[in-house]
Write a protein that binds this ligand. Structure first.
Ligand SMILES: *Cc1c(COP(=O)(O)O)cnc(C)c1O
Length: 384
């Protein structure tokens, strides 16, 4: 049995998405900037896709900029804002995706001051800390909406209100939350939102940045005036069409089903496997994320045993899974190094079945037992 539980890293491209993209990779291959009928056909499809994505967050179509993905959107938001003002201070958190924190580190090396807000055991920032760290020199607050490792969803209404009161630009990385947590830019004060298609059953290599009207950004790619002159380069029409289709395919039923499956997997692991604990918030949690620490187990070994049985999971985030540094997110919520190393992320999708999860639980139980039997740490404290 093959079980894919690494949907936080990437998702299967929905067959419906592949189908609509095919046309724009073959017959409808025009350049959206061209003035002839081929170009017009491509341009219409691109603008239609833009409207679909805008509508999902209650934005205007011309507030959506297509990019090559979440990483580019994060870079454009963070560096774009920083380089468009004279202010030199940025506030972010200790649990950001590398696309945001590496952007901040790059700015730091150019003389910007960065505040990394700490988070509590569930992964929430403190509003008090946020308020206290804002100064006249603050250009931007950038906060991950739903964390890609532990699934915790921040209260962007509250954070947005704080930013508005102090007149600070507010960016969220919503790559994981998009279509899974409602976002309404007319109700929530958020100025920039990073999105990506491949985390929601769209294709890889296309994303978007919502830019609220009036927000000034510095562009990075020199070239044509594409995408409101913020992102040069011939538009990825097939990608945009696929991205929009992926958005349209998500239903409330999918989310409800996912939540049920998630709770079942989460509760069964915690109940049936001793010395396990949940990472991230129990209640304000992504519908498809389960992150568990298996005490006295080496996460990499567990991942490999699961892989032998056809089950794909991850330790920490995919980007750091090949290094042996413990996840910065798990350390930020207060895990000890050995517990961070013994943590596994299971991320579900609408294609995940109950049968797959039953199989996963069984393999997991056997594998954890096996690893603990040969673990000196486990045997030393044995009362089992
Ligand atoms: C995957 C991911 C990204 C990067 O998106 P890409 O489209 O893969 O570049 C950024 N932020 C978060 C939270 C992610 O999960």
């Amino acid at each position: 049995m093959k079980v894919y539980l690494d949907n936080g890293a990437t998702t299967k491209t929905a067959p419906e998405v592949v189908k609509v993209m095919q046309e724009y990779l073959s017959e409808k291959y025009g350049n959206a900037s061209s003035l002839h009928s081929f170009g017009e056909e491509a341009s219409l499809a691109l603008e239609n896709a833009r409207s679909v994505i805008a509508k999902k967050i209650n934005a205007e179509p011309d507030e959506i900029i297509f990019t090559s993905g979440g990483t580019e959107s994060d870079n454009l938001a963070v560096k774009g804002v920083a380089c468009a003002t004279n202010k030199k201070h940025i506030i972010t958190t200790r649990i950001e995706h590398p696309a945001v924190y590496k952007s901040c580190e790059a700015l730091q090396s150019q003389g910007y001051r960065i505040t990394y807000l700490k988070v509590d055991r569930d992964g929430f920032i403190s509003f008090k800390d946020l308020e206290a760290s804002i100064s006249d020199d603050t250009a931007l607050v950038s906060i991950i909406h739903a964390n890609n490792e532990i699934g915790t969803i921040q209260d962007i209404d509250k954070i947005g209100a704080i930013c508005k009161k102090r007149n600070i630009i507010f960016h969220i990385d919503a790559v994981q939350s998009f279509t899974r947590v409602p976002i309404d830019v007319k109700k929530t004060n958020v100025d920039l939102i990073s999105l990506s298609a491949h985390k929601i059953h769209g294709p890889k290599g296309i994303g978007a940045l919502y830019v609220r009207k009036g927000i000034k950004l510095k562009k990075f790619m020199d070239g044509g005036p594409h995408e409101k002159n913020l992102r040069a380069g011939t538009e990825n029409v097939a990608g945009a069409v696929g991205f929009a289709k992926a958005v349209q395919l998500v239903t409330q039923d999918h989310l409800k089903k996912l939540e049920k499956l998630r709770d079942k997997l989460m509760n069964n692991i915690l109940k049936e496997i001793p010395e396990t604990m949940l990472n991230g918030s129990y209640s304000k949690r992504l519908v498809n994320n389960v992150n568990i620490t298996f005490k006295k187990v080496e996460g990499e070994s567990l991942l490999l045993l699961l892989n032998d049985k056809g089950i794909a999971v991850s330790t920490g985030s995919a980007c750091s899974s090949k290094s042996l540094q413990p996840s910065h997110v798990l350390l930020a919520i207060g895990l000890k190094h050995e517990d961070a190393h013994g943590s596994i992320r299971f991320t579900l999708s609408r294609y995940t079945t109950e049968k797959e999860l039953k199989y996963t639980l069984k393999v997991l139980k056997d594998s954890v037992k096996k690893l603990r039997e040969i673990s000196p740490l486990w045997r030393k404290n044995a009362v089992h």
